[in-house]
Structures are given as structure tokens and as C-alpha cells.
Design a protein around this ligand. Sequence first.
Ligand SMILES: C[S@@+](CC[C@H](N)C(=O)[O-])C[C@H]1O[C@@H](n2cnc3c(N)ncnc32)[C@H](O)[C@@H]1O
Length: 410
Amino acid sequence: MAAFRVREAMEDLPSDPKERKELYNAARDLMLATESPRDTHHRLFIAWTRPMIQIGIDLGIFRLLAYNPARAWSIDDLASRTGAESALLARVMRALAAHGTLKQTSVSTYIATNITETLAHEDARKQSSCQIGFCGPFMHALPQQLAKTGYLNPSDVNDSAFQLGYGTHLTPYLWLQENPERAKLFFDMMPIQRAGQVCWTQKAEIVEPMVGKYFALSEDDVARERAQLVDIGGGAGHQCITLRENLPKLKGRIVLQDMEFSTTPASKDPVILKNSIEVVTHDFNQPQPHSTRGAKVYYIRNVLHNWDDEACIPILKNLRDALAEDSMIVIDEMVVSEMNASAITVNYDTVMMAFATQQRTKAEWEALLGRAGLGIRETLCYDEESCDCLIVVEKMASLSNGGPRDSVVE
Ligand SMILES: C[S@@+](CC[C@H](N)C(=O)[O-])C[C@H]1O[C@@H](n2cnc3c(N)ncnc32)[C@H](O)[C@@H]1O
């Protein structure tokens, strides 16, 4: 009877995203509450879902099915389109259906579902290739690394699961410089690391107060070509692009800074050129160059979570030393909820555990920033599920309303 009611609910799915998410969470709770030990073993250990999905992506199966969702594809049709042997395809398709990524309609035919559509997208290819091809070795090394270090909270970026997994002494970004194939997997994934999320630049309730309070340049600023925003460790420049596209009123210079292996391709990207984004190779462990000192905003997204506190302090101090009186640092990162953190938040924190770093809680941000002589002016959360926030930071001395004044500034 209960199963019938669940199936009935599937006939009338809500279109409102919030209601849909509530139903998803309730269905997940129901699934876990009714799970048998055998189901648990298969779901958590025996299911090799990821490699099977990668095979489906490599063969272009999800694209074929999603392109025409009304069509049921036979194994023979799929074999002639993909070049894979029918006997293998029959097994792959059975597995993909069992993993819920598409639907079997007869002994030898399959159609697309909502999941197939997601997996047909280029973002899924990039995400899957990066997780399997780059993250796999160090994530599998994490249990061994934690055992080796006596289950201390990892905090040494030179001795982490990353080094164990890849048999290297290098930190991740230095290693990526020497391994361009893996670097490609990683940097292709970076712009879509938050796939499915509405960026804060598209949320009026976040953009309007941010722009009003922190971004406005005076006429004099514009005349002397003061930088509007410098994106520190900005990767391919995707955030600079979204800023230009969604905040067309920002007239000043937008500057992308990163290491050479990011800035070389970015400087040739037609979208970067079209949006007049300046691309500068700069190591954030060095002081800001003359042309970007005193920028109105130093924006730094998902960079500090890659580094332990000791490594973050010089990065932050270099920004602090470049601030003009009315400049701000805007850190775009998670502020981890200590109660009921979502799967999305903890998934990102687990990857950071393998780098011996972490997503930080409010108290951890305050402690880190205080050590760098900085304090939080305000925090704007733009994604409650992942706890992604804009943390607006200024020099500690200029904080007017309290803040971590008794922290030791190094
Ligand atoms: C996790 S990615 C974040 C990229 C981008 N900010 C985003 O949110 O998608 C970290 C970035 O830091 C850059 N990076 C690492 N070490 C750096 C250094 N010493 N100087 C400048 N950038 C660096 C990497 O190249 C990479 O683009």
C-alpha cells in the first residue's frame, strides 16, 4: 500500500524547485529507512556506477538517447551508432539502467530519463573525467593517509593523500604544472565545479547590495584607471566573464590573475577578449603588482580552501597590503554549517581533506582572517544548500563594529 502511494506521487511531481527538493529529501530518507543490509552493501561498496557512467559518456549513449527522448533505442541501433559490440552494449545498457541513468522498455530497447539528460550534457563529461581521471588516485589514498598520520586532522599540504596517491612530493598545483593531461581534466572542470547552481551575479538580492556598497568607482577612480576588481587565482576567468555579463554597469578594469598555465589559454579566449578582461600572470604568494594595487575589490573564489592556514596567511597578507582605504576583499567560499551540513558541502570538504585543507566554518574563517590582520564586515549567503557565501573582508583596524580584535596579527 505504501509503495503504491509512493508510485502515485511520481505521477504528479511538483515543478517548484523547493517543493521538488523537499520531496527528493523525503524520498531519500524513505529509501535509507527501508534499506536492507544487502542493499547497503551494493549501494555503498559493490556498485561500480562511476566507471559504467564514464563508459556511457565515452560511447555517447546518453547524448543519443537524450537527443530524442521519445525514441526507444535498440541495442543493434546503438551498436551501429557507437561501434561497440552488441554483446558488450547489452551488458553496459543493463548496468546503466540498473544504476538509474536510463530506462529499459523491452528486452533490447532503452529510452532517456531526466538523469540521462543531465548525463548527456558536456558538463557531465567534464565532471566525470576529472573525478575519475584526476581525483580518483588521491581520494582512494585518503584512508591510508589518515591511518598513517594517526588520524590527526590533516593540515600539512606537503604531506597529504594527494602526495601519497600520486607518489609525489609536490603540492597539487605544482604537480599539475608538470602533468598537463591531468591539468586539462582539472581546468576543464573548474568553470562548472558548481554546475546547477545559480551564480550570485545572477541574484538581484545579492548583486544589488554588493554593487551599491562595495563596487562603485568614482569618476576620479575611472579617470586614473583604478582596477574595479581583481580575480585572484581566477582560473579560466569564468567568474570575470559572469561579472561582465551580469553586471554591465561595472565600467572599470576587471583583471584575472592566475598561474601561467591558466593565463596562457585565458589570454587567447575570445570571450575574455570580447569582455575586455585583462589577464595577468601573478603568483598570489607575491605582493600585488603596481597596476593592481588599491583595486576596489579583490575577489578570491574557492582558492583559500586549497591551502592550510599557514599557507593562506601570506596570500591574505599580500591582499591586505594592497588595499586602499575603501577597498574590500571578497572571499567567495563555503561557510560550513556545523549542524546538518548538506551532502554538497561535505562532498567538497572531503576532497579538501585529501589535500590536507578544508572548507571552513564561521569560527575557522574568523580565526584565519584575524591572524592575517583582517576581519569580516559582512557575510552574504547566496546558496543555502551548499553554504556558498560572499565574505566581505577588510583590514582589521578599519572595522567599526567589533570583529576579532583580540586575535594575534602575525
Ligand atoms: C580551485 S581553483 C579556483 C579557480 C577559480 N577561482 C574558481 O573559483 O573556479 C584554484 C586556482 O588557484 C590557482 N593558483 C594556484 N596556485 C596559485 C598561485 N601560486 N598563484 C596564483 N594562482 C594560483 C590555480 O591555478 C587555480 O586556478
